[in-house]
Design a protein around this ligand. Structure first.
Ligand code: Z5A
Length: 209
């Protein structure tokens, strides 16, 4: 049986995750690899309902610990219902954000204690660790401008202060420094073709291992 692989595309808001994942879908299809494309928060009916709560801007203030537990609850369902079965079936799982986002946003940016994040993440992922996390790194101001040009309304987290988004960015870079064997940082301020080329190279390298 093929070995399943898990690839996470994560990073600064508006850095191009959705765009990169589209190209990755074409690339893996061309290689005739069976793949599951999914996202966090979301990926399951329960997770998508939780996503709406997390990103909506009309539900009033959310306590940081509530936010953390909702991300963890969506992940716990996602891992068990979708990701583990896909990996067991030998598929490549490509996930738009994962536990690296919780560390960046809820710990580095929001300031919740690392032990609390680690405990909840561990419970949610049930021993699962992505084979590769690609961090698309971009100045949050540039990312917000890109999202603005795309014409979507900003979600609850995108409406946070720039300082918050800068701290989240630093959180990704810190995680990549601490885990160089499974994190790759790609400069997302480059022209899109260069970003895509680097992403596909890194993914192909993983698939050959
Ligand atoms: N969050 C959290 O706090 N804790 C967690 O545990 C998890 C998530 C899992 C939802 O994420 C929010 O939840 C997110 C983190 C938090 N909040 N923030 N901030 P999301 O993934 O749904 O939302 P997002 O990060 O804001 O993603 P996005 O807006 O969909 O952006 P994107 O997918 O990275 O970018 P894109 O749509 O591919 O590209 C944006 C535009 O830029 C688009 O018009 C592209 O054509 C253009 N683009 C892309 N690449 C380039 C280059 N290289 N040059 C020029 N233009 C480009």
């Amino acid at each position: 049986m093929n070995q399943g692989r898990m690839i996470v595309i994560d990073g600064s808001n508006g850095a191009g995750k959705t765009t990169v994942i589209g190209a990755l879908r074409d690339h893996l299809e061309y290689q005739r690899r069976e793949a599951l494309f999914t996202r966090e928060p979301g990926g399951t009916p329960i997770g998508e309902k939780i996503r709406k709560i997390l990103l909506s801007t009309d539900a009033g203030e959310m306590a940081p610990v509530t936010e953390l537990m909702l991300f963890a609850a969506a992940r716990a369902q996602h891992v068990r219902e979708k990701i583990i079965p896909a990996l067991q079936a030998g598929k490549v799982v490509v996930c738009d954000r994962f536990d690296s986002a919780t560390l960046s946003f809820q710990h580095y940016a929001r300031g919740l204690p690392l032990e609390l994040i680690t405990t909840l993440n561990d419970l949610a992922v049930d021993g699962l660790q992505p084979d590769l996390t690609i961090v698309l790194d971009l100045d949050p101001e540039v990312g917000l401008a890109r999202v603005g040009e795309r014409g979507n309304n900003l979600d609850r987290l995108e409406k946070e202060t720039l300082d918050f988004l800068h701290k989240a960015r630093e959180g990704y870079l810190a995680q990549a420094r601490l885990n160089p064997e499974r994190f790759v940082v790609i400069d997302a301020s480059q022209p899109l073709d260069n970003v895509l080329c680097e992403v596909l190279q890194v993914v192909d390298h993983l698939m050959q291992q």
